[in-house]
Design a protein around this ligand. Structure first.
Ligand code: ZN
Length: 445
């Protein structure tokens, strides 16, 4: 009984994590055809895994591999798909995923999400939450929904801005959540209209990488703390922002175990950046074991953090692996570094200069080996004088890099797609490694 309940406790020790891993593996092997076939084919029995340190004995799986066999392959044999909650990912990385959960698992997912949010603020009920930029996937996605004392209002993507602002003022949310790019749009609209929105207790940024200029604008406009969360449909909350160090995150060990691996699926030591691979510790209806997220992060050496948390520490390095910039000499540069080089050239220290008056939105794109294009939605105080310094900074990366600036009206991504602050169009090692994984998965089917 204790064992069964421990997976519903939001705070876990390593002993609990190891127990959950063993129990999940054994369950998946005996009840889920996909894992039985996978481990039999690999010639490895999950009983060999006694702790998270043994996980590398098992193969890593991709979205495509898991989805290929359909629900009869990846769902637990006892599950009745008609009685389950279904969530769809929007397929921002090309392969959409359908996630099934039973009622208890969905409730647990919500509890651990709230638990993560409460690490940075006191969540009070009744809770009025405003989701910004939600995709209207089907008729079941309603504008307003209620679960007990939790009211949720959704500002759908594509909803006219005046309507969104109107709903924001009517809802007076205590919690606002959304992707940085959609929160940015809303904050920008409020700021240009000279409106002061109701102040929420907390603003949650999720799905995309939260860049510092976005955090700054959100904090200015909403006058509250911005909390960066690493969430996904496959598991809910994967990590929450450390309350003492905004650039660090604490993996949510009640929900997942996170590994950081190199391109050959070997575990990387602390401090080395690699691919995020997760093992979901609670969803037995549809287990995700050593499942590659397509994100990149660094695990840091962990001792007791000065926020009081004792557990793993990580840093997300950028949203997705594909956005590396490949230099003419073959070196690959993380999008975060490229962003910093551009951002550092902006005259933040000049009195009267204000980012959103000069630039509404911008995106850095590597078009060819030597050409970086920055697309800009200009603000009223826009000036070309910004760019020579940016080009000089970029040439620090490689002297052959050239910069083109294109003024555009809009940078809103297509429906269901993420906004990439930095977009690398050349094939980096990581893109190629992912393509190989997907190709191998395709051949096996
Ligand atoms: Zn901490």
């Amino acid at each position: 009984m204790i064992c069964a309940w421990s997976r519903f406790l939001p705070r876990k020790t390593m002993e609990d994590v190891n127990r959950s891993v063993r129990s999940m593996l054994s369950y998946a092997y005996h009840h889920v055809p996909f894992y039985r076939e996978l481990y039999d084919r690999a010639g490895v029995h999950p009983d060999l895994v006694r702790s998270v340190d043994d996980l590398p004995l098992l193969p890593v799986i991709s979205r495509l591999e898991l989805m290929a066999g359909g629900p009869a392959s990846y769902l637990n044999r006892k599950a009745n798909p008609e009685k389950l909650t279904v969530k769809h990912t929007t397929g921002t990385t090309g392969n959409p995923v359908t996630v099934y959960m039973n009622f208890a698992e969905q409730a647990f997912r919500k509890i651990t999400m709230m638990d993560a949010y409460s690490r940075n603020t006191w969540i009070k009920f009744p809770l009025r939450a405003l989701d910004v930029g939600t995709e209207r996937k089907d008729a079941a996605t309603t504008l307003v929904s209620r679960t007990g004392p939790h009211k949720r209002v959704r500002l759908f993507r594509g909803m006219p801005m005046d309507e969104q602002i109107d709903l924001l003022f009517k809802t007076r949310p205590s919690l606002i959540a959304g992707r940085p790019s959609t929160l940015w749009e809303l904050a920008l609209a409020l700021s240009t209209r000279g409106l002061t929105p109701p102040r929420p207790a907390i603003l949650i940024s999720n799905v995309e990488m939260l860049f510092p200029h976005v955090r700054r604008l959100l904090e200015d406009v909403f006058r509250c703390k911005v909390h960066d969360c690493y969430n996904c449909e496959e598991a809910g909350n994967l990590a929450w922002q450390c309350p003492k160090h905004p650039d660090r995150m604490h993996p949510n060990t009640a929900v997942v175990w996170i590994e950081i691996l190199d391109a050959n699926n070997r575990p990387l030591p602390f401090g080395r950046e690699g691919r995020v691979v997760i093992t979901n510790l609670f969803n037995r209806t549809m287990p995700f074991i050593r499942y590659s997220m397509g994100d990149r992060a660094v695990l840091l050496d962990w001792e007791k953090c000065d926020c009081g948390h004792h557990g793993p520490v990580m840093r997300l390095t950028e949203g997705r692996s594909e956005n590396f910039i490949v230099l003419p000499d073959g070196r690959e540069v993380s999008p975060r570094i490229v962003f910093d080089l551009v951002n550092r050239a902006f005259p933040y220290d000049t009195p009267g200069w204000n980012m959103i008056d000069a630039i509404r939105t911008f995106q850095i794109i590597q078009e060819t080996e030597k050409l970086i294009v920055i697309k800009v939605v200009p603000g009223p105080a826009y000036s070309d004088s910004l760019w020579p310094k940016v080009e000089r900074n970029l040439s620090e990366l490689h002297p052959a890099l050239r910069l083109n600036v294109e003024l555009v009206d809009d940078l809103t991504p297509a429906p269901g797609k993420k906004f990439h602050q930095v977009l690398g169009k050349l094939g980096s090692r990581w893109t190629r490694a992912m393509e190989n994984v997907n190709a191998t998965a395709g051949e096996q089917k």
